[in-house]
Design a protein around this ligand. Structure first.
Ligand SMILES: [Fe+2]
Ligand SMILES: [Fe+2]
Length: 201
């Protein structure tokens, strides 16, 4: 794999790019997500290089969370420009990192799809997706989430599946749309042939 990009290395130490736009509260969330990722990467005995990627994701994924969607939208890849305001910050940060010369496709994909999920996420991308949701600073179904945290990193795929399932179920309960990337992520985690026709009785 190519050399770690200086910007990613800096992020792995908690230093954000100059163009980042985050509130104090958001930075505290990034620190907690990065701490979870560091803990899991160490427990999984990953290489130093891989651990830096995981920790950097904790800091980079929300680097543009504080920017207004109107400002972000034009900088996002054409096919993603129609996404809802709430998820634009991922694709925008990923585009910005690419402009800076970051070539790590797994890292870019993880940042781009950290809210929606995507079937091509690698382990670092899945870990980020999960850590973002399991942030101990978030007050939501706390004992269930603590249980999921305790199963990481050994149970990464199953924990990811449970988190995606819960998020999809929540959207359905609220009568909100589930975007194709999220459904494709779910399908990639359950295996099988999701689109096989139901046989007639
Ligand atoms: Fe985010
Ligand atoms: Fe986040």
């Amino acid at each position: 794999m190519s050399r770690i990009h200086p910007l990613v290395k800096k992020a792995s130490k908690g230093k954000l790019p100059e163009w980042a736009k985050v509130s104090k509260g958001r930075y505290a969330h990034m620190e907690r997500v990065a701490a979870l990722l560091e803990e899991w990467a160490r427990a999984a005995d990953l290489s130093k290089r891989e651990r830096q990627r995981w920790v950097a994701l904790g800091y980079l994924h929300d680097a543009l969370k504080g920017a207004s969607p109107g400002v972000l939208r034009p900088g996002v890849r054409k096919d993603l420009r129609g996404l809802p305001d709430s998820v634009l910050h991922g694709p925008a940060a990923s585009a910005r990192l690419e402009e800076e010369g970051v070539e790590d496709q797994g890292l870019l994909l993880a940042v781009r799809y950290h809210t929606l999920g995507h079937p091509s996420l690698d382990d670092a991308g899945k870990a980020l997706y999960v850590a973002d949701f399991l942030d101990p600073g978030r007050n939501l179904r706390n004992s269930w989430r603590a249980g999921l945290r305790s199963r990481m990193p050994g149970d990464l795929d199953e924990v990811t599946r449970e988190v995606v399932g819960a998020r999809v179920a929540h959207l359905i309960k609220k009568g909100r749309p589930v975007l194709p990337e999220t459904l494709a992520f779910w399908n990639s985690l359950v295996g099988g042939e999701p689109w096989a026709p139901v046989s007639e009785a």
